[in-house]
Design a protein around this ligand. Structure first.
Ligand code: GLN
Length: 485
């Protein structure tokens, strides 16, 4: 039953020497292996290294040493570079790529004592909302394996949902932490842009990408994020402000918190069952002494079109480096340099990645740059200004994380626009660079629903605090699919 414990409890029991890290790693590895044919949450399982790291953690604990996470098993989304263990980004392009160095997130979590059990499946280059674009096959939702877990951090979310791991890293460019967290019924936080180092985190859209975590509870998220966050001189977009102790003060009362209900998020596309769960969650906050009022973000309807110009534009540039020469897949027997580029990229990238590269190249081309890219950047400013106005009046914005609960595998793959619209409630926080979370808040026809909370820049602590207080009143975050209970 160890797998039912939260990450915070595991860390405490390891420190108290009530548990051994090796025993814990073994128990989780067994669950991982057994789940793999069903969920496909992992791309690489690193049992040998994990057991070695776990036994080193036990030795450190025996000496009375160790950091905040010593001995705690975790997994990394397979776009965080890990020296000596392949990093595929869910793509054939990087199927055999082994990075010569660790991402800062990876080295920081290792320094805090966490033990990596493997690398988690994801949409190819983090492009997707359902984890169906991975070269390594789709991930399945542990609540119902005919359904998607959400994407692009679907492996991370499914693994935590099925308690194959107590916590995992993830990334969010337009919703990829919050959306799968919502569809799997777990807690996920996307910090402020610049809060977590992107060094060694394979780039999709650099002005939007941000690393974060998925865990069962907000307290667990606070614990993991505290170890990951902070200034990194190797990432020029990393912000040099101190990281508060996210765990301290989680229990403080919520009395007086000003919550803004995101008016535009309660639109025609929102499933009535999801809406019911969200409204019930808001009633819990009211009971806790928060004041709820409606807030409008008038430009929010422009967020999806603006994102699907900016993100492809940046990805077309970031992915130019995969040329068959320096990184990743190289075609067999190229006739000349052009043939090498063409065939290596045609063979290495999947359909969604190609679609994005083509869109991005188009919107950046001479003649269209002003009409699309520049226009999208202007819209982005308007959305950021909407948030700024809202946060002058309220402390936290709340609304749904997704329009519906998890959908069937294959249901939306034929129509990219329908798929893109799934991000309608998450994308604006990335465009504005503000932190946002998804917290489990109920079930719609047996499937989890996520409450989204958005805060002003660097207000991670405020979000985690509100989520934790809500989780003291509710047990949605502790529900586990029967099959994995
Ligand atoms: N679903 C969005 C996309 O496909 C967001 C993905 C992400 O956040 N990485 O671009």
């Amino acid at each position: 039953m160890i797998h039912r414990h939260t990450l915070a409890r595991l860390a405490a029991e390891l420190r108290a020497r009530k548990l051994s890290s090796v025993e814990l790693a073994r128990a989780y590895l067994e669950r991982i292996q057994a789940s793999q044919p069903l969920l496909n949450a992992f791309i690489s399982i690193t049992a040998e290294q994990a057991l070695a790291a776990a036994s080193a953690a036990d030795a450190a604990l025996a000496r009375g040493e160790g950091g905040a996470l010593t001995g705690v098993p975790i997994g990394h989304k397979d776009l965080f570079c890990t020296a000596g263990v392949r990093t595929t980004c869910g793509s054939r392009m990087l199927e055999n790529f082994v990075s010569p160095y660790d991402a800062t997130v990876v080295s920081r979590l290792r320094a805090s004592g966490a033990v990596m059990l493997g690398k988690l499946n994801m949409d190819e280059f983090a492009m997707g909302s359902s984890n169906e674009t991975s070269y390594f096959g789709p991930v399945r939702n542990p609540w119902n394996t005919d359904l998607v877990p959400g994407g692009s951090s679907g492996g991370s979310a499914a693994a935590v949902c099925a308690r194959l791991l107590p916590g995992a890293t993830a990334t969010d460019t337009g919703g990829s932490i919050r959306q799968p967290a919502a569809l799997c019924g777990i807690t996920g936080i996307k910090p402020t842009y610049g809060r977590v180092s992107r060094y060694g985190m394979i780039a999709f859209a650099s002005s939007l990408d941000q690393g974060g975590v998925v865990t069962a509870s907000a307290e667990d998220a606070a614990l993991m994020l505290r170890e990951m966050a902070g200034f990194d001189p190797r990432d020029s977009t990393s912000v040099d402000t101190p990281v508060p102790d996210y765990v301290a003060g989680l229990d403080a009362p919520l009395e007086g918190l000003k919550i803004g209900l995101l008016k535009e998020f309660f639109d025609a596309g929102l499933d009535p069952d999801n809406e019911r769960c969200i409204r019930e969650a808001l009633a819990v906050f009211t009971r806790l002494g928060a004041k709820v009022r409606e807030v409008s973000l008038p430009n929010i309807s422009l967020s999806v079109p603006a994102y699907y110009v900016v993100a492809p534009a940046e990805c077309s540039s970031n992915l130019a480096r995969y040329d068959g020469v320096r990184f990743g897949h190289r075609c067999k027997e190229p006739r000349d340099l052009t043939d090498l580029y063409k065939r290596s990229r045609s063979e290495g990238f999947g359909a969604e990645v190609k679609r994005r590269i083509m869109t991005g190249t188009y919107v950046l081309s001479a003649g269209y740059y002003d009409a699309y890219y520049l226009k999208a950047q202007r819209v982005r400013q308007l959305i950021a200004a909407d948030f700024q106005r809202a946060f002058a009046e309220v402390d936290v914005l709340m609304g749904p994380a997704t329009p519906t609960a998890a959908f069937a595998i294959g249901a939306k793959t034929a129509d990219p626009i329908t798929m893109y619209l799934n991000d309608i409630y998450t994308i604006s926080a990335n465009l504005a660079g503000v932190p946002a979370m998804s917290v489990p808040c109920g079930f719609a026809q047996g499937l989890p629903v996520g409450l989204q909370m958005i805060g002003p820049h660097f207000a991670e602590q405020r979000l985690l605090h509100a989520a934790h207080r809500y989780q003291l009143e509710t047990d949605w975050h502790l529900r586990i699919p029967e099959r994995f209970a």
